[in-house]
Design a protein around this ligand. Structure first.
Ligand SMILES: Cc1cc2nc3c(=O)[nH]c(=O)nc-3n(C[C@H](O)[C@H](O)[C@H](O)COP(=O)(O)OP(=O)(O)OC[C@H]3O[C@@H](n4cnc5c(N)ncnc54)[C@H](O)[C@@H]3O)c2cc1C
Length: 401
């Protein structure tokens, strides 16, 4: 069997590794470079929370991905900066504390491992936190890793298992062959080549929608800009990854929108909440971000960076003296209802989709890649995938028949 994977982000490289290790011929076609988009531009946070008693698909993607990062680091010897100290989500107001208490209690009832910390417990664990904070949610199993190194490590492992990774090779057309297989047209060195495949995986992040359109399928994934800032390197003081409760409470109270995917910081051009996550990298830089705006425009919103920096300094006072030395933005693949998309595309035999991992795709991508590889190989999934979002809708029945 020959499979073409489109996209060398965290999902595509992980899928390629699983397929290659199962003896399948794999070519990864990547328009830019490995980890050149969101998979290399993110904050590197990996949520966990434990498997619990009845793992939902989100738990499977998070915990399964964490296991894959551990495997890369501990068994395969890749230095991906993996750190499993945990994440603290800081609580500033009484309202946030009530919400956090209820959320942690609900998670613990199904066997998950989140803990609610008092203010004193927080400052004991993380002395850089403002002592005026009311406490924190501890995700003791949460991890973080260096995004470029981790994605490149999946690609390197896939290549040593026999996968061919073609960079600077945009896919320009997809054509069904009539025997259930596909011809994948790529532009390479000013010429057009055609790759023959028995199956094709779309793992192209926010660009899955463009690829779907090539075969008359509407893929419900849109681009959301995320942006971050980094300080100059500092002595290592911050032990945990850090997040804030403010946005979770706003989104819980707000409910879904008719006009945009869930959990964005802006709606119709107006800020609705402040979101925050980040960490201190092994090289000493503080890296934080949070804004999520529905747009394909990667221009940095400097006012948004100032809001995020101010928010970080409220929670970690030492950040007041650490101005942003560098800023950047990337595009996150949000499905329109916020759920991941993973499985065969209806009406297009041999074509599969793995995406829509939104703002948590670094932490969920490795397991997404493994599961889509299993589905392509016709293996019975080990987990219940029923709660996944619908994959796509055929909008042009004449195309790709
Ligand atoms: C600023 C920021 C911070 C984030 N922080 C976190 C975090 O801390 N934790 C977390 O879990 N997640 C985080 N995320 C989200 C996470 O990075 C993404 O969800 C994840 O990387 C998506 O991976 P992917 O493989 O689906 O897509 P991508 O990384 O976008 O990869 C898709 C690839 O497909 C390629 N491609 C597109 N079109 C074509 C074509 N026609 N032909 C060939 N190749 C093509 C692209 O060039 C790209 O390399 C963050 C994202 C951003 C932007």
């Amino acid at each position: 069997m020959d499979v073409v994977v489109i996209g060398a982000g965290i999902v595509g490289t992980s899928a390629a590794l699983t397929l290659a290790e199962r003896g399948v011929g794999v070519v990864v076609a990547e328009r830019g470079s490995v980890a050149g988009e969101a998979s290399g531009l993110n904050a590197g946070l990996i949520s966990a929370g434990g498997w619990g008693d009845q793992p939902t698909i989100d738990v499977v993607l998070e915990m399964g991905s964490r296991d894959r990062y551990l495997d890369l680091s501990e068994n395969r010897g890749h230095d991906i900066g993996l750190d499993t100290t945990g994440t603290l989500t800081l609580i500033r107001t009484e309202e946030e504390r009530d919400w956090a208490e209820a959320s942690v209690a609900a998670a613990r009832r199904v066997g998950r491992s989140f803990e609610l910390l008092t203010s004193d417990e927080l400052v004991d664990l993380e002395p850089s936190a403002d002592p005026a904070l009311l406490g924190a949610i501890l995700d003791p199993l949460a991890a973080r890793a260096e995004p470029v190194a981790a994605t490149q490590a999946f690609a390197a492992e896939a290549a040593s298992a026999g996968a061919v990774i073609k960079i600077r090779c945009p896919v320009t057309a997809l054509r069904p062959r009539g025997d259930g297989g596909w011809d994948v047209e790529i532009a390479q060195d000013d010429q057009i080549d055609v790759l023959r495949a028995d199956a094709v995986i779309l793992a192209a992040g926010p660009w899955c929608a463009e690829l779907g359109a090539m075969v008359g399928v509407e893929v419900p994934i849109v681009a959301v800009r995320g942006q971050m800032w980094a300080s100059a390197p500092q002595p290592l003081v911050l032990r945990h990854a850090i997040a804030a409760t403010e946005s979770s409470l706003t989104w819980a109270l707000q409910g879904p929108s008719n006009t945009s995917p869930p959990n964005l910081t802006h709606r119709l051009g107006q800020r609705v909440t402040r979101h925050l996550y980040g960490r201190q990298r092994p090289n000493g830089q503080f890296v934080f971000g949070g804004d999520r705006v529905l747009t394909t425009d990667r221009t940095i919103d400097h006012d948004g960076i100032a809001v995020n920096h101010g928010h970080t300094a409220e929670l970690l006072p030492l950040v007041q003296k650490l101005p942003p030395a560098r800023t950047w933005a990337g595009l996150m693949p949000f499905s329109v209802d916020g759920r991941p998309l993973l499985g065969p595309i209806p009406g297009r035999e041999g074509l599969f989709l793995a995406g829509g991992l939104a703002s948590a795709g670094f932490g969920r991508g490795p397991m997404t890649g493994q599961l889509i590889a299993d589905l392509v190989l016709g293996r019975e999934p080990e987990y219940d995938l029923a709660s996944l979002a619908p994959i796509g809708r055929v909008v042009d029945a004449d195309q790709a028949r």
